[in-house]
Design a protein around this ligand. Structure first.
Ligand code: ADP
Length: 159
C-alpha cells in the first residue's frame, strides 16, 4: 500500500547518509574567487546551466561563497567585474553539514532554513594526513533536489 511505501521510504531516509547521495567535489562546477566575469566566464557559466555556483579560494576544497546565477542577469561582460566584487556584494551564506548526516535530518534542515538556497556542502574530518592535524575538508555538495530524488526513488523501488 501507499502508506507502507511512504513509511519504509521515510525509514530508509534515516539510514542513508548525505555522503551516499552527494555530488562529489570533483564533479562540482565551481569558480575561483579571483576570476573575472568576462565573456568567457559568463558563457562558461551559462553552458553549465546550474542555478548555484560555489566559489572557492586557492583550492577547490576551500569554499568561501555561493553565487546564484540569476544574479548575473545584469552583469555586462565588457565591464569585466571581478567575481570577488559580486561575492562581497551578495554575501550569500554557505551551509555546511557533516558527511554522516542522515537524509531525514538534511531534509528537515532544508525545509526549516531557507538561507543557502537549499544547498549544503558536505564535510568530513580528515585524520589521514601525517603532515597535518585532523582538519575539516569539503568533499561534495547536496541539494534539496538530491534528497527529494532519493525519497521518490526509494518509494518506486518498493513497489
Ligand atoms: P540546479 O538548480 O542548478 O539544476 P539542483 O538543485 O536542481 O540544481 O540539483 C540538480 C543536481 O545537480 C543535483 O544532483 C545537485 O547535486 C547537482 N548540482 C547542483 N549545483 C551543482 C554545481 N554547481 N556543480 C555540479 N553539480 C551541481
Amino acid at each position: 500500500t501507499d502508506e507502507v511505501n511512504i513509511i519504509s521510504g521515510a525509514l530508509e531516509m534515516r539510514k542513508k547518509t548525505v555522503e551516499a547521495i552527494m555530488t562529489r567535489l570533483e564533479d562540482v562546477f565551481m569558480l575561483p574567487i579571483d576570476r573575472v566575469l568576462d565573456f568567457e566566464s559568463l558563457s562558461d557559466i551559462r553552458k553549465q546551466g546550474y542555478s548555484r555556483i560555489p566559489i572557492y579560494e586557492n583550492e577547490r576544497g576551500n569554499i568561501v561563497s555561493l553565487l546564484f546565477t540569476k544574479d548575473l542577469m545584469f552583469v555586462d561582460p565588457d565591464d569585466r567585474i571581478p567575481l570577488k566584487t559580486l561575492a562581497e556584494f551578495y554575501k550569500n551564506t554557505c551551509y555546511f553539514i557533516f558527511s554522516d548526516t542522515t537524509l531525514d535530518v538534511v531534509f528537515k534542515e532544508f525545509k526549516e532554513c531557507k538561507r543557502g538556497g537549499h544547498m549544503a556542502f558536505v564535510q568530513r574530518v580528515n585524520t589521514s594526513r601525517e603532515d597535518k592535524d585532523p582538519y575539516c575538508e569539503t568533499i561534495g555538495l547536496v541539494t534539496l533536489e538530491d534528497v527529494i530524488e532519493e525519497m521518490i526513488q526509494s518509494e518506486i523501488v518498493d513497489e
